[in-house]
Design a protein around this ligand. Structure first.
Ligand SMILES: [Zn+2]
Length: 334
């Protein structure tokens, strides 16, 4: 049984208010799915390798038809089946920026937002053992906002970015950003910190990514990861679990599942918050693999139900609804 709001059969209306550019992108995406040109393939769970899922949603925040399921073996929530490689290339080239940001050009507001995030987390990183200076490498750095925040705090910063427009924008801001995947880490030099900020949830081949990362790091190296997930809904998504769900996010981590995945690649967890912000380290000696922290389907479903109850008690839920209704009414009168 699905929570009714997460079921496309009940409604395919977006819970996010969209502008014109966003609505056009959404229509193109829905058409592509309806005609079957967007091909979806089954993925095995990247944490435990399992292939069995229990569905919890059949739509995303925009009302796009896609299935979110929970791995019946380890509890990782995931968008699965997922667009195949060429469908996903089309999605990122044509839809993603227009739908999510309403623009295809890098924005200063977003840059400053990410810069502020770095200022917010740097104290926490240092409390947990990250040196106060040295080389910091941000992977998937976009315009370099987070990187700039690290530089502001005394680090030498290098960014890796695969989108040429974003890399150029970052360079125009005076940052050292290289057009590269994680493969560019070796050339960057010995980093005291490697970061992935809201990046890992987009990477289908997350095991290849983490294996490549691990291979390029020395014992003692530290990795900061921030990803959205069920436990970050109360602070990040106006307490609405439906706002978390989007086709662009293939994995929805919790502190438990992210810890499981990192342990699989030989990283130990230094600290992790419900947000989900984690600091991981390459151990000095090969550690015994810690036991997997399994989440059951019942636990995940209860978490979703609890979030839905909290949403209904949250004043902003009703303020957002009232604003959307008002906008529709005013829109009609023009
Ligand atoms: Zn699993």
């Amino acid at each position: 049984m699905l929570t009714p709001r997460l079921d496309i059969a009940r409604s395919n209306r977006s819970v996010v208010t969209l502008g014109k550019v966003q609505r056009e992108a959404l229509d193109e995406l829905k058409d592509r799915i309806a005609t079957g040109e967007m091909r979806f393939v089954h993925l095995d769970c990247p944490v435990c390798g399992g292939g069995s899922l229990s569905p919890v949603a059949t739509r995303d925040r925009y009302g796009v038809a896609c299935t979110t399921g929970v791995c019946t073996d380890c509890g990782l929530m995931q968008t699965n089946p997922y667009p195949d490689a060429s469908s996903l290339d089309w999605f990122y080239a044509n839809i993603f920026a227009r739908l999510h940001r309403g623009t295809t050009s890098p924005s200063t507001a977003r840059f400053e937002g990410r810069r502020g995030l770095a200022h917010e987390v740097v104290g926490w990183l240092r409390q947990n053992g990250v040196p106060a200076s040295g080389l910091a490498v941000d992977v998937g750095c976009a315009s370099g906002g987070f990187l700039q925040g690290l530089v502001d705090n005394g680090y030498t910063g290098i960014g890796l970015e695969i989108d040429a427009d974003y890399a150029a924008d970052a360079r125009s801001r005076g940052l050292d950003v290289r057009l590269s995947t994680i493969a560019g880490l070796a050339e960057a030099g010995e980093a005291v910190l490697v970061s992935y900020v809201q990046v890992l949830e987009h990477i289908v081949g997350v095991n290849d990514e983490l294996a490549a990362l691990r291979a390029r790091l020395s014992p003692g190296a530290l990795v900061f990861i921030e990803v959205p997930g069920l436990t970050s809904v109360p602070t990040m998504y106006n307490k609405d679990v439906l706002r978390l769900l989007q086709l662009a996010h293939v994995w929805h981590f919790t502190p438990e599942s992210l810890g499981n995945l990192m342990a699989k690649h030989g990283f130990e967890t230094v600290a992790i918050t419900p947000y989900v912000r984690g600091l991981f380290r390459v151990p000095l000696e090969t550690p015994a693999t810690p036991p997997m922290r399994i989440e059951t389907i019942a636990q995940v479903r209860e978490r979703i139900a609890r979030l839905e109850r909290a949403r209904l008690l949250y004043w902003r839920t009703w303020a957002i609804k009232a604003k959307a209704v008002l906008k529709r009414v005013l829109g009609r009168s023009h």
